[in-house]
Write a protein that binds this ligand. Structure first.
Ligand code: HEM
Ligand SMILES: *[C@@H]1O[C@H](CO)[C@@H](O)[C@H](O)[C@H]1NC(C)=O
Ligand SMILES: *[C@@H]1O[C@H](CO)[C@@H](O)[C@H](O)[C@H]1NC(C)=O
Ligand SMILES: *[C@@H]1O[C@H](CO)[C@@H](O)[C@H](O)[C@H]1NC(C)=O
Length: 324
């Protein structure tokens, strides 16, 4: 998709994405566009340079960073990045294995080299996720800044708050709704499952003992050979093998149409009349989906943020400044 988009289309969708971002700016509270324009004018450029470099070295990292942002943003305060310590004995990162922590440390270090102690890890992650979309999806948009970093990280906050892959559409709508995201946002953001990696363990419940009837039979056959029963489920699959597992695109919505998606939480989006209509619309118009995705990323980036003098600006993303 990214390569098939003409320059003219790209310009049009950049404008649309920007418009969507501006429209949703009220949802991001006191966050501001160009937040670092005087305190660190090169901040966003430093993040972009470092992010582009990381993804060109490892094309799978775009998905890893976008997912880190989602997981952080059900409370957008870089709490997902904190390592275990005396004051945070059970940090969020122990709850669920995510990729991209080294990448975040590298990007943060690049920003610290330009202006030490100014740009929060929560903002670095938000900008890096936006730039991952640019590299892996071929479109970009403005992301407001001004988030501060939490002093605490507690994995019990994750359980019951983040949606799970076995959820049905009504549960997903209420999970996103509890964070101020609409069903339109849910459907648009789920397009992130067009790229990245998945472990077999999340897919085998749909393959054994019988194949989930909503799963495409041919695709199920392939998945069964890639993820044998009793194989432990640790093997890594690529999402969206139908095209390119490293490209973020609206191909996801066509895959929903043919039953070629990995999770119940994906396929269920076609089982409700309202979300099914959004799936068809997003499949039909890449430009409209990009604008919706951009707007929803900005909105997600405003969930439960710390601002002003709350929290702190961490020096490194894995530890609070007191280090305890
Ligand atoms: C709707 C509810 C969602 C559920 C239940 C869900 C669940 C999952 C699961 C189970 C995986 C596989 C993890 C693994 O095997 O390690 C995954 C991967 C991923 N998810 Fe989601 N997710 C949801 C929404 C989102 C959203 C909103 C985004 C971002 C906008 C997102 C981005 C990703 C990406 C990019 C990956 C691949 C990560 C990688 O390559 O390491 N997901 N998701
Ligand atoms: C980003 O990369 C460009 C091109 O290599 C370079 O000119 C610029 O100085 C870099 N900016 C920062 C802040 O590192
Ligand atoms: C994904 O692609 C690899 C390499 O082309 C292939 O071996 C594998 O069967 C594909 N998986 C699925 C689920 O289509
Ligand atoms: C299953 O996937 C194949 C390959 O994309 C497609 O041709 C076929 O129509 C799909 N089956 C159904 C029932 O959608």
């Amino acid at each position: 998709m990214a390569t098939a988009t003409s320059g003219c289309q790209l310009q049009a969708l950049l404008l649309m994405a920007l418009a969507a971002a501006v429209l949703t700016s009220t949802a991001s509270g006191t966050l501001q566009y160009n937040f670092y324009s005087s305190s660190c004018p090169k901040a966003e450029e430093a993040v972009r340079n470092a992010t582009v470099k990381i993804i060109s070295g490892d094309r799978t990292m775009g998905a890893a960073i976008v997912r880190l942002f989602f997981h952080d943003c059900f409370g957008c305060d870089a709490s997902i990045l904190l390592d275990q310590s005396n004051s945070n004995p059970q940090p969020e990162k122990l709850a669920i294995p995510l990729r991209g922590y080294d990448a975040m440390n590298t990007i943060k270090a690049a920003v610290e080299a330009v202006c030490p102690g100014v740009v929060s890890c929560a903002d670095v992650l938000a900008f890096a996720a936006r730039d991952s979309v640019m590299v892996s999806g071929g479109f970009t948009f403005s992301m407001p800044g001004g988030r501060r970093d939490s002093l605490v990280s507690d994995m019990s906050n994750i359980f019951g708050s983040l949606p799970t892959p076995n959820m049905q559409v009504q549960q997903l709508v209420s999970s996103f709704g509890a964070k101020g995201l609409t069903s339109d946002d849910l459907v648009a953001l789920s397009g992130a499952h067009s790229f990245g990696q998945t472990h077999c363990s999340f897919v085998t419940p749909r393959l054994y003992p019988t194949v989930d009837p909503t799963l495409n039979a041919t695709y199920a056959g392939k998945l069964r050979s890639l993820c044998p029963q009793n194989s432990g489920g640790g093997k890594v699959l690529n999402n969206n093998n139908v095209t390119d597992p490293n490209v973020l695109s609206n191909q996801y919505y066509r895959n929903l149409g043919t039953g070629e998606v990995l999770f119940t939480s994906d396929q269920t989006l076609t089982s409700d009349a309202g979300t099914a209509k959004m799936v068809l619309d997003n499949a039909a118009s890449p430009v409209m989906w990009m604008a919706k995705f951009a707007g929803a990323m900005v909105k997600m980036g405003g969930i439960q943020v710390l601002t002003g003098t709350q929290g702190e600006v961490r020096k490194v993303c894995g530890a609070t400044n007191s280090g305890s």
